[in-house]
Design a protein around this ligand. Structure first.
Ligand SMILES: [Zn+2]
Length: 214
């Protein structure tokens, strides 16, 4: 399973959406810092991190493996209010910069936070807007892309509230399939995890913009 994070930047404003697992899960994860280096982005340039939900593969990258803050200039950590209690223990050092999201909220001029409970109570998706269209960064709306686009009714045990998660998945996919200028980015879509959603029968299709890396 891929674990993706997304940096949304227009050259002036930027926000990092999710932070991966750092050293807290599998050895094959925690590559976000190297990926930022490869992209020529200094970690010290990141002031805003927006979290889709409280699970460790999304929040733990706020802290580097050596225990220091991964983003030394961090000013705000956006997260749905119902997930905001996660900032204890390992994550306590950044708890003074948490901005709880209640209702639709602009993170910056281009990125809006949209509360979408289901996977967790505070699950939030983020919609970025440009002249090209919109990019919906939808966190854990889909965990198994090979199955859940064709059968969006399939939920799994880590969906905290399965009926709500199922309904949210169908609603988000229908929204995404409504126009060719709507793009999706998913934490567990096959890396790099960006594509377009279409309809097929009662279900949906996903066409990746960049073929998944192995
Ligand atoms: Zn996840």
């Amino acid at each position: 399973m891929s674990v993706n994070a997304f940096l949304i930047s227009d050259g002036t404003q930027s926000v990092l959406i999710d932070t991966g697992a750092s050293n807290a899960w599998h050895d094959t994860m925690g590559s976000l810092y190297a990926a930022l280096d490869e992209a020529g982005v200094e970690r010290s340039s990141i002031t805003d991190v927006a979290i889709t939900h409280r699970h460790e593969d999304h929040v733990n990258g706020l802290i580097a493996p050596d225990g220091t803050e991964a983003f030394p200039a961090l000013e705000r950590v956006w997260i749905g209010v119902d997930d905001a209690s996660v900032f204890t223990g390992r994550l306590a050092p950044v708890s003074d910069r948490v901005v709880p999201i209640i209702g639709k909220t602009q993170v910056n001029d281009r990125v809006a936070a949209l509360p979408t409970p289901g996977h967790t109570g505070g699950r939030t998706v983020y919609e970025a807007t440009s002249s090209t269209g919109t990019l919906l960064v939808c966190g854990d709306t889909v965990h198994v892309p090979s199955l859940q686009f064709t059968r969006p009714e399939v939920s799994w045990e880590l969906d905290g509230h399965q009926p709500q998660a199922r309904a949210a998945r169908k609603e988000l996919m229908a929204h995404l399939a409504a126009g060719p200028d709507r793009f999706v980015a998913g934490a567990h879509l096959d890396s790099p995890g960006v594509g377009r959603v279409g309809r097929s029968g009662d279900g949906f299709t996903l066409d990746y913009l960049t073929p998944p890396s192995s």
